[in-house]
Design a protein around this ligand. Sequence first.
Ligand SMILES: [Zn+2]
Length: 445
Amino acid sequence: MFKIHTLSGYDEVGKNMTAVEFGDDIFVFDCGLYLPAVIDLQESTKQPTPALLRGVGALPNDDFLFKQKEKVRAFLITHAHLDHVGAIPYIVQRYPNAEIFATPFTIEVLKTLARDSNTNIKNKINIVQPDSSCIIKGKNRSYTADFVNITHSTLQSALIALHTPEGVVIYANDYKLDNNPVIGAPPNYKKLKELAEEGVRVLIVDALYSGDERKTLSEKIARAMVEEVLLTVDHKDHAIVVSTFSSHIARLKSIVDFSLKLGRKPVLIGRSLAKYNEAAKSAGISPFGKEVQILNFPNQVKSHLKQIDKNRKDYVLICTGHQAEPGSILDRMVSGKLPFTLKPHDSVIFSSKVIPTPINQSNRANMDKKLKLQDVRIFDNVHVSGHGGREDLRDMINLLKPEHVIPSHGGLDKTIPAIDLAKKMGYKFEKTAHLCQDQRFVMIK
Ligand SMILES: [Zn+2]
């Protein structure tokens, strides 16, 4: 008998954290931030403290874990997105017995997060290569966890399979089943089949788009969309500005590749883009060399933009600000706060989708208004999601054949459609298909 604790990320999209309690040992999957709360806080204060972050609901509620902190053995992190790894620097010190396990890119990103928050992480950090395993010491026994290569929208994402004496627990947040990713390998179907043969007791699974009747398209399609907008549209001698997710290195690669094909120099601008690119370099998996210029620091950005402004047709500017975040490069460019302003017929390409929170929606609406006033061409939604749809979920359940399914990564609006699908596939509500909210647990007998 063991328990799965759905601690956080089951009432909203963000601050993911799930724990497996097996006797005297607890293992934590992911430890993320709730980003809208962080953004609100950053607008009012420069250096958020753990107490401030906790106060605004940006951190997962770990009271349950803290009460038995000596039992917590490991934080197993699936990937480098902030809603999965971002809370580690603020939380992990509370668990001195726990070690951190993640793939190289995720660890490099974690190091930058720790530096940014002035945190010295004392817990042991273990690098787990994609498609390999690690051993975690429990009180009386050791456990194995496999970091199985899975496709998503950042590098080295893993589906984690924890082997316990009572069977395998699989944590699959976040994923899509992409057979043609632009960087990295397709999902390791062979390993997934092996796990299914071994017998999967529980699957905790990304249900974000389980209500969307689709299979999420491959990143190869997003690459074709980027190619279409950059190469088949006549941009003449006007400026081209592209914005996308800073951690989406595969998308950045497509933007860089087609910028070069267009005969323009790609320039990455903004702290967050520089940070993720640096992490990819440190992990030895950056696809970029000298052909890409990276502007990080404010003075560097300003002086180079002045030069770029004189030869606008020679560059593609790739910058932060796809959610129109105040203070981002694109926001400052649009508001005339940088020595490079947009002119009529320039192109702004959003290789992204507006994350549907009220603050993002209103920020983007304001930005679009300004862009239209300046008669700038807007290419929106040049993007394919990193999260699977309903048919990916069906395929994942069919592949792994788990005994129990626990949908995660969102509130009831996201998880109920996944429960409905599981029921159609033969699972029994509350017996083998578990609808969870934050701070609940499921007993697996
Ligand atoms: Zn993610």
